[in-house]
Design a protein around this ligand. Structure first.
Ligand code: PLP
Length: 383
């Protein structure tokens, strides 16, 4: 195998070659500021308009409901902080124990430093939520429910349609972090009553440094970054023109053939998963019983150190990520796997493989050829 076997697409993705070539000219030739009134600026503004239409088309919403940001983390922060600011009398937030740090870390900060109360909903061993518990958690002072659409570590999908209907019924704002869902499963905001949704360009073959926040028309919104009047006054700062144009094209491309592409990627993911489960004793798939993203598998190999596995994979050019990390000399396992009750012996040996439309069957075969031997060697060494 020559080159890198890149199976870490939930961390970041390759920029689509068509996207890369399109944005190139906006760095060096067509670099106008979209706010300028001259023709050079107006041409950039026209491209931005088109990109906004592509993103809106991809999500099934109106162009005016899209606010471009710098990343998924900013979109998450903007949504939650706005929901709290526009309802100062409401001091309660509902989220889950398995959110990405962009939401989880912010909720911890708001709880510990700003006096908000936060309910962190638990998940079961499959990584799934109990919607009765969600309903019971809603209080008169609940300002916002923030629940991710797809989990970045396991790929487990939460039932956002039902969650959105419940939030609507109780009159609570719903934000969803769809950073991992966007581009991997169809999203249609015209039929799903979500109030705010975050996405990030670099997870769907657009460049890093561009994100978007959907804010449904009529949802009260208080900007997080204040200054000029860009983005309809909802996010100040000269637009990241190349990023926005790249995101627009990436969304247009991601929307094409999503079903067929998903079936192909899920087939490769299943081949990898089944092959590893057959070849390696004491292995399990975390979240395997739940509805999942087609591209993600999180596999635990008992009694090995995941970071040691990653290092040996890396020597072969295979890129994946681990659900554990060594911090200050002690092994820290992932908060997601802990919330699912994965035993420590398994959690510390968990590896996430995340595929993309560029993943080829030879890459999966290469991992299947080498990983079982790596696990066996590490187990023999450590026993
Ligand atoms: N939310 C989820 C679920 C993610 O997986 C990530 C990134 O891994 C983020 C938010 C943050 O996105 P960004 O890297 O664009 O800030």
């Amino acid at each position: 195998m020559t080159g890198v076997v890149y199976l870490d697409n939930n961390a970041t993705t390759r920029v689509d070659p068509g996207v890369a070539s399109k944005i190139q000219t906006f760095f060096s030739e067509r670099y106008g500021n979209p706010s300028s009134v001259h023709c050079f600026g107006r041409a950039a503004g026209e491209e931005l308009k088109q990109a906004r239409e592509h993103v809106a088309g991809f999500l099934g919403c109106q162009p005016g409901e899209i606010v471009f940001t710098a990343c998924g983390t900013e979109s998450d922060n903007a949504a939650l902080r706005s929901a709290l600011e526009v309802q100062p009398e409401k001091r309660h937030i509902i989220t889950t124990q398995v959110e990405h740090p962009a939401v989880f870390g912010l909720c911890k900060y708001l709880e510990e430093n700003k006096g908000y109360q936060v309910t962190y909903l638990p998940v079961d061993s499959a990584g799934e939520l109990d919607l009765d518990r969600l309903q019971l958690a809603i209080r008169p002072d609940t300002a916002v429910i923030s629940i991710m659409w797809a989990n970045n570590e396991t790929g487990v999908l939460f039932p956002i349609q039902k969650i959105a209907e419940l939030a609507r019924e109780f009159g609570v704002l719903l934000h969803t972090d769809a950073v991992q869902a966007a581009g991997k499963i169809p999203i249609d905001l015209s039929s799903c009553p979500i109030d705010m949704l975050s996405l990030s360009g670099h997870k769907l073959h657009a460049p890093k440094g561009i994100g978007a926040l959907f804010v449904r028309k009529g949802t009260p919104f208080q900007p997080f970054i204040i200054g000029g009047g860009q983005e309809g006054g909802r996010r100040a700062g000269t637009e990241n023109t190349t990023g926005i144009i790249g995101l627009g094209l990436a969304c247009a491309l991601a929307g094409q053939d999503i079903e067929a592409e998903n079936a192909r990627v899920a087939g490769l993911r299943d081949k990898l998963e089944n092959g590893l489960l057959q070849a390696v004793p004491d292995a399990r798939v975390n979240g395997g019983r739940a509805q999942r993203l087609p591209n993600t598998t999180n596999i635990s190999f008992a009694n090995v150190d995941g970071t040691a596995v990653l290092r040996l994979l890396d020597q072969l050019g295979i890129c994946a990520s681990a659900g554990s990390a060594c911090a200050s000399g002690s092994m820290q396992t992932s908060h997601v796997l802990r919330a699912m009750g994965v035993p420590f012996a398994f959690a510390k040996g968990s590896i996430r493989f995340s595929l993309s439309r560029y993943t080829r069957v030879e890459e999966i075969d290469f991992v299947l050829e080498h990983l079982p031997g790596i696990i066996e060697r590490l187990r023999n060494r450590d026993s």
